[in-house]
Design a protein around this ligand. Structure first.
Ligand code: F6R
Length: 609
């Protein structure tokens, strides 16, 4: 989603801002723009398309100045165009603003402003902010901003410049991410850490409706009543190299290949190789708490939702507590039954997904205990849930999530097993089996990655298909959902995931000659059942690509191609089965010539509804 960068300091702002925007490209965007305060006034350049178009325009007429804001826009209100790009300004161009989020009452505000003589030149919701700032400006931009945000409904991260206050960069956020970078030769604002990492690892994390007044030498943070807010400095522990391609052609491939490490890191922080317990000490899930819990909601979006589907199978199977797995955008509006005996687990890579955050807040309002499984340290969801389990996937840049999914699965297995142990459902012997299998997962993934060339050949064979079905039963179905999502995201090939047994209740009508069916059949107990479903589609002309475990060679009777996974306890095969699915989607996308890391229409961090 939209990216914001702002800078005030000793250096020329334009190149710093452009480099910052490039670090936010992964968020997804369709236009970009920049505003520089050059002491005589505010100059704005903005353009549709990629950042290189903006660079081109800037090289034609460079604007000197050490204070500026910049933006990548992911269109929500109005098509991608020069006019709709940010920054937006008031009529006299004395105030400029960039915005991430959605102003929900913008129509109402627009009418009010029009009645007062304001003219609008864009279709965006953001332009109302520029005119409201103008309306409220009586010689102090901070007061104008406070007056403005009091009128706004919705979500916003804002960066503001004012011609008459040439040393100040002003910023505020509500329900949209924004960080403040504390530099040696100037200070920054940004939507995400990679944009400032070249300059500083020291940050302030703004909370809702905190306002930052930033100059070259100073950062002051106040609340909406102008009370000073003291903030602790947040230190980033990873470096820019972790957020760069390191010789790989695409971030996605780099991130797929990082999975053995990511899985190990996430696992080892909680489960030591010689230990007979999982360390979730700071997450308050002791027996007394768990005995009161009569229902668990697990809530997330997209790939993280596919993890909660795995979680439902695991917790119900291992810990015998009913679990509802639900997408956050539904959960938040359907008045779910939540009380203090409900546990709500939310999962989010970014920790900023608007629907997941809203679901978390709803759960808290109703008195539920909340746990977040989150990748980005210090993100809003991480800060707001009662207890937090950080996945240690490191920065994930490719829009399509891969390593975060695997790390989230590890977290899910650990939490499920922990709950089951607390409830007395897992014996010491079972725990030993569980621990040993989990500790092997990283090596199992390495082994699968060695088959990359074979998977590339298979991808080449099927890359022209136009419809794909992913089918499986139980945990294999949960994995199939993720395979299907990954394929459609980055190859634009239509695909569906179905519970294998459900096909004959309708979808089988779509199977005809050469429809590709990817059959996930790793669960020993359900293998025969899935085999039968594969035979049914084979009989109707489908081509079959099967993913199963070593030792199940009989699947070759029905499958056109087979990918074998190393043997592990059946309950863990879901972690492994997804690795070839990721590689298939990746190679098909590359072979089809798509922009793998930045698929069309998608954004990395979905901070609006
Ligand atoms: C898919 C993908 C998205 C995200 C979803 C939730 O590859 O990345 O479906 O999983 O937008 O994002 P987070 O996990 O940041 O809440």
């Amino acid at each position: 989603m939209c990216g914001i960068v702002g800078y005030v300091g000793k250096k020329q702002a334009d190149s710093i801002l452009i480099e910052g925007l490039k670090k936010l490209e992964y968020r997804g965007y369709d236009s970009s723009g920049i505003a520089i305060h050059n002491l005589s006034g505010i100059k704005i350049i903005k353009t549709n398309g990629r950042i290189k178009n903006l660079e081109q325009r800037i090289s034609e007429k460079r604007i000197e100045g050490c204070l500026g804001i910049a933006h990548t826009r992911w269109a929500t209100h109005g098509k991608p165009s020069d006019e709709n790009s940010h920054p937006h300004s008031n009529k006299s161009s004395t105030i400029a603003v960039v915005h991430n989020g959605i102003i929900e009452n913008y129509m109402e505000l627009k009418e009010k402003l029009k009645e007062q003589g304001y003219e609008f030149i864009s279709e965006t919701d953001t332009e109302v902010v520029a005119h409201l700032l103008d309306l409220h400006y009586k010689g102090n931009i901070v007061d104008a901003l406070i007056g403005t945000i009091k009128e706004l409904k919705g979500s916003y991260a804002l960066g503001v410049l004012c011609k008459d206050e040439p040393d100040k960069l002003i910023s505020v956020r509500k329900d949209s991410p924004l960080i403040i970078g504390i530099g040696k030769e100037g200070n920054f604002i940004a939507s995400d850490i990679p944009a400032v990492l070249e300059h500083t690892k020291d940050l302030y994390l703004l909370s809702d409706n905190e306002i930052a007044i930033i100059t070259e030498q100073n950062i002051e943070i106040i609340d909406i009543n102008k009370n000073k807010v003291d903030k602790e400095i947040f230190k980033v522990t990873w470096d820019l190299v972790s957020a760069e391609k390191a010789g790989y052609e695409h971030f996605m491939l780099k991130e797929i290949e990082e999975q053995p490490k990511v899985v190990k890191d996430t696992l080892y922080q909680r489960l030591k190789p010689d230990s007979n317990k999982i360390n979730l000490d700071e997450i308050n899930l002791d027996k007394e708490v768990l005995d009161k819990i009569n229902k668990i909601y697990m809530v997330a979006c997209g790939t993280a939702y596919n993890v909660v589907v795995v979680g439902k199978y695991l917790i119900e199977r291992l810990a015998r507590i009913p679990v509802v797995a639900e997408v956050a955008s539904e959960f938040r509006y359907r008045d779910p039954i939540i009380d203090s005996d409900t546990l709500v687990i939310v999962i989010s890579q970014s920790g900023e997904t608007a629907d997941t955050l809203a679901a978390l807040r709803l759960a808290k309002e109703h008195g539920a205990r909340t746990i977040g499984i989150v990748n980005v340290v210090g993100s809003t969801i991480a800060r707001e849930c009662d207890d937090i389990f950080y996945t240690l996937a490191g920065p994930e840049i490719a829009v399509a999530s891969t390593k975060a999914y695997s790390a989230q699965l590890i977290a899910m297995y650990l939490v499920s097993c922990y709950i089951a142990m607390q409830k007395g459902y897992i014996s010491d012997e079972e725990f030993t089996m569980f621990r040993n299998s989990l500790l092997n997962i990283s090596d199992n993934i390495k082994q699968i990655l060695k088959d990359e060339n074979k998977i590339k050949e298979i991808s080449n064979k099927y890359k022209e298909c136009s419809n794909v079905f992913y089918i499986g039963r139980g945990l294999d179905y949960a994995v199939a959902k993720e395979g299907s999502l990954k394929l459609k995201e980055i190859t634009y090939i239509h695909s569906e995931a179905y519970e294998a047994g459900e096909l004959k209740h309708g979808p089988i009508a779509l199977i005809h000659d050469n429809t590709l069916v990817v059959g996930i059949a790793t669960d020993e107990n359900l293998f025969e059942k899935t085999m039968n479903n594969l035979k049914e589609v084979k009989a109707r002309g489908a081509k079959i690509l099967a993913i199963t475990i070593l030792g199940k060679e009989e699947i070759m009777d029905v499958a056109d191609d087979v990918i074998y996974l190393p043997k592990t306890e059946w309950i863990f095969t879901s972690i492994l089965a997804n690795i070839p699915q990721q590689l298939i989607a990746y190679y098909m996308s590359v072979l089809l010539g798509h922009d793998v890391d930045k698929p069309r229409n998608l954004a990395k961090s979905v901070t609006v509804e």
